[in-house]
Design a protein around this ligand. Structure first.
Ligand code: SF4
Ligand code: SF4
Ligand code: FES
Length: 260
């Protein structure tokens, strides 16, 4: 099917949703015929379904549950599988999706437990960011003045890493990251690189490297490089993994010679 012509818009399009009533419940499919409006995105289609919770075969049902916040591809909360690919529902435009067919399939991400329907529990990702201490340690509320200067090439690298919105697309694509193992995955490794390169953040570098050389650390990466292709923010994840791998090696050698 080609994209809807502005002079002949379709009356409806179909959304197929993999639903799940709770964390332990079995998933099932439901289909909805949504009234077309120009410039819709997947969130506005889900809002339409919430206002008209009736399946394509006319059965009344509960509204589909999903998460969202910024609505401008910045918070990562609305990430789901759209036609099989992990991406943000707020930036997934219906007109573009309809270029590939008039049915759009929505599923929750598979690497996180499902809370309900399209709403995953991404706590593991946030806990892993805590484990790598993905922050600059500044104690107190006093104005400490400007921070230390950073060379432009470090700023440029850190800017690229700072675009991460913790959406989890890189984890969804990673063959090494599973529901049951403890691999940190690409996003926390990228954030460790971001903060290890910060003049003040580097105070925690060795502590981060203890985590990153431990179980589930950087050596669990199989270097399949799916993560970098899946990242909607073009975060240079393979560079980050290689850099943190080097930092981890230096850290382990230093530890070996210091008897640590
Ligand atoms: S390089 Fe491959 S194994 Fe490593 S984090 Fe990326 S997708 Fe996963
Ligand atoms: S690195 Fe990219 S894909 Fe991974 S969580 Fe951050 S923004 Fe999402
Ligand atoms: S709602 Fe924030 S990325 Fe979509």
């Amino acid at each position: 099917m080609i994209a809807p012509h502005p002079d002949h818009p379709p009356k409806t399009f179909r959304i197929r949703v993999r639903r799940q009533d709770g964390p332990q419940a079995k998933s099932y499919w439901q289909q909805f015929d949504v009234t077309y409006r120009p410039n819709m995105n997947v969130i506005s289609a889900l809002q339409w379904i919430a206002a008209h919770p009736r399946t394509a075969d006319g059965k009344q049902t509960s509204p589909v549950v999903w998460d969202c916040n910024c609505l401008e591809e910045v918070c990562g909360a609305c990430t789901m599988l759209i036609n099989g690919r992990a991406r943000q529902a707020c930036s997934a435009l219906i007109d573009e999706l309809m270029e590939h067919g008039s049915t759009i399939t929505l599923e929750p991400m598979t690497k996180f437990p499902v809370v309900r329907d399209l709403f995953p529990d991404r706590s593991r990702l946030f806990n892993d960011l805590k484990k790598v201490q993905g922050w600059v340690p500044i104690d107190g509320m006093l104005d400490l003045g400007p921070g230390p200067n950073e060379p432009p090439d470090t700023q440029e690298m850190r800017y690229a890493m700072s675009r991460c919105m913790s959406c989890g697309c890189c984890l969804e694509a990673c063959p090494q990251y599973t529901l049951t193992n403890h691999f940190l995955g690409a996003a926390p490794i990228g954030q460790a690189r971001l903060f290890n390169a910060h003049p003040t953040g580097a105070q925690l570098k060795e502590e981060r490297l203890v985590t990153l050389t431990g179980p589930g650390g950087v050596s669990d990466c199989g270097n399949a490089q799916n993560c970098v292709k899946a990242c909607p923010k073009d975060v240079p994840l393979t560079e980050a993994i290689a850099d943190i791998g080097r930092q981890a090696t230096v850290h382990s050698i230093k530890n070996f010679f210091s008897g640590g």
